[in-house]
Design a protein around this ligand. Sequence first.
Ligand code: CU
Ligand code: CU
Length: 405
Amino acid sequence: MAEREPKVGGKGTRLAVAVVIVLAVIAVAGLRLSFGSTTAPMDKVYIHLVVEEKTIEVAPGVAMPLYTYNGSVPGPVLRVRQGDVVNFTLTNRANNALGHSLDFHAAKVAWNVYYRTIAPGQTLTFEWVAEYPGVFMYHCGTPPVLEHIAKGMYGMIVVEPRDALPRVDKEFFLVQGELYDTMDEMMNAAPRYVVFDGYVNKYIAEPLEVKVDDVVRVYFLNAGPSLWSAFHVIGTVFDRVWIDGNPRNLQLGLQTVSVPPSGGVIVDFDFAQAGQNPFVTHAFADASKGAVGLFNVTGGEAPPPPPVGTTTTVRIVSGAAGKTTDAYDPNPVVVVIGVNNTVVWVNDDTLAHTATAVNGTFDTGLIQPGRSATVTFSTPGVYEYYCLPHPNMRGTIIVQAAPAH
Ligand code: CU
Ligand code: CU
């Protein structure tokens, strides 16, 4: 029978844990024998987190004094299965300054008993049953909670559902959080940085690598402590979304997921084309404080670059050699610098032609049938041109200055 009383202590606890491990192994083996291979046994999972107060780099050249689980912000991603008994131990290192605690959102327990604050040097062990599948937050609940979460005491625990979600090609775990310099900023929910996995624009420096048509799954947690996340991946749509990661909370075809402080979500999606696709919180005041990352999508055809709207096409018409001002179409052409001042001549005729400036400022050279040539105009003026082999062909380009802003 599981020990349900949280234990506070030092050496004695370690001995007790060791005994429980041995018993659990026996118990699991027994269950496996009696239930056979088709029924998943109720496993006991041992998790130990150590609180460490330390200074951590959060942006290039910027370090902040933070509170951590196991030395990192966020704390480690924990993964258990639905039905598991989680035997959890929290150690508050003796050289820390403050009391700390741990609150599992996935557990149904008495807050004042299990999530109590332990002093530096103390250890607390308790057990709970992972009844609900999903993506849950764990965090320090020691007052002021706002500060302990803002300082980095949070992480994700994934409870795998009994009936597994569809298989995917790639999985990623992302935790959004806010970083503050002062209690005033915390109280005003005006963070200095908003980050994925504890570092400003971390995944711009280290993009997440995927392939075209991979089914990608992101386990996402918004640790807050105070801002909502509008999680969005640019250039795709979430095919499947499970709110809080529970298989029963399926939603389809979402562009952006609203994730409250302490909320979780699982999103599945793919990329149709090779290229780069950012992920953000679409609350852009927050994204601009460091909550932007990149997917680097490889393995397929990169799309052809679409026309960017700065070109003007002039066709050299069929039978142009026998024409005059109607050899070039349209003619005359008016272009505006910075808007459409790159002129592309496309030769639709069966003979080679040129577009050659009367005043010598440009010359496309011979444009073979079916080919094109480009000239960018950057000085306002009127440019008369003709075809070198067929001087009867004549055109005009009128270049206007850029519009005032
Ligand atoms: Cu704490
Ligand atoms: Cu957008």
